[in-house]
Every structure is written in structure tokens, then in C-alpha cells.
Design a protein around this ligand. Sequence first.
Ligand code: NI
Length: 268
Amino acid sequence: MILQDIFDKLWKGYVAQNPEAEKIYSCFTEAGEKVENDHIAFRTFFDTRINVDVLARPFLEAGYEQKGYYIFDDKHLTAKHYEHKTISNAPRVFISQLMTDHFSPKLQSIVKQCASRVPEELVIGNELIFAGNVWGPPSYETYEMLRKESEYAAWLYVYGFVTNHFTVSINSLNNLNSIQKVNQFLKEKGFMLNSSGGEIKGTPEELLEQSSTKAGILSVEFAEGSFDIPSCYYEFAIRYPDTDGKLYSGFIAKSADKIFESTDFYKK
Ligand code: NI
């Protein structure tokens, strides 16, 4: 699959679950801005059938290579990030996985059941990133149970393989050229920002500043009926040049740690 097709397909699936992102995108374009993506992100469980490396396949095939490796101790996650070898403005791809063996036997058995329901063609093929929830209709009771241990697990249990967030590259914007201006712009338009750890994560000294919306609330069909729960969010990032004059290209674990909380459960 060619790169543009991959991202177009992912964007379609993402805005279907997060209509707010499309509204924000329109706000930027109506303000005369051209939106480019800094990165997109996926979540998965650490299980050989569906781990980071399985999700990364279509990107590797489209010319990406692995760059960074990250460990998030508090959230029990590891992650890798990928960049395109030749297309310098292709979005980075960030894929994290929950280290399920750090959790209760109950959580582990739910994840094992889920992973065993993933069709073989997705395990061996390149299409897992588009597959959505492949484990079948969720149970609200299970969702609630997972949430007590890990919001990340609960989110993944419901939504499966969709882009968790797209990220606007503030470096590519003309007038809204600082994260403060972007945040102000979003708040004036009525969007809610994730304020866990402050609205802005990271500092110019760390060479990366990020902010994000709170995940939109989506009505999801569970076995027990429909419930409103958080879905995906939209992120905004600005990068600063390193001592070599090139824009920093990695991720800051302690900032990302807080950004993961953008999908935490909250009441509207
Ligand atoms: Ni991100």
C-alpha cells in the first residue's frame, strides 16, 4: 500500500470515532493553515500475535525504519517510534504496547482471550492497523474491571486497532506558530484540553512541547447496552532544533506518560 493511502484510510477510521478531530482540522484550514502530521500513534497488547512489530509491518514495507525505543514504567508500557527513510515530512509512527504480564491474572486472561480471537490473516498480514476491534462486542463489566488496573487496557479492549491520535505539527503552521497560540485558538473554539501535568507537556529545553485535547466521548454499544466513554484525541506538537541545528525527532517519555491520560475516563 502506498503511504498516502495508508494515512488516508487511517484518518477516515480515526475521525469516524473522533468527529471532533475533523472539526479541529477544519478550524485550522479555515484559519488559512496547512495541517501536516508530526506523528500518529497506536496502542496494543504485548502478545506475539499483535505486538508492536506486527502493527509496524505496513509502515516498514512503505519505507519506514525503527528509530526510538521507550519504556514507561508507571504505565507498564514500552514503545517504538518509526520514521520514513526518505520522505522527511512523512509523519512519525509511534506504537506502544501494554506489558500485560505486569498485571493481574484476570487481566492477562482477558488479553489472551482477545488475542486468540484475532483472525490469522491479520496476525500474518499487514492490515492489523486498520482492523478496529477484532475481539468482538465488548462487555461493560469487563471494561470497568480493566479500567481499575489500566485505562490503556480498557480503551484498547473497546476500540482495538484504530489510530489513537493524530498529531498536528505546529512547526508546519504559519500563524499559529507556538503551542501557546494553538492552545488558545482551540480553547476559543470551545475544545477541551487535557490538563493532566499542565496543558503543555515538555519544554523548549527538552526540544519537544506537546498538548492534546481530551478524548471525545462516544456512545459505544456494549453487551449490556450503550454507554458513553472516551474515544480518541488530537495532539499538537512543536519541535526545537538540537545543538546540530536539526529539529529533535524523538519523544520524551515523561511527557508522553501524561499524554496517555488523554483517554482517561471522565464524565462530560
Ligand atoms: Ni503522541
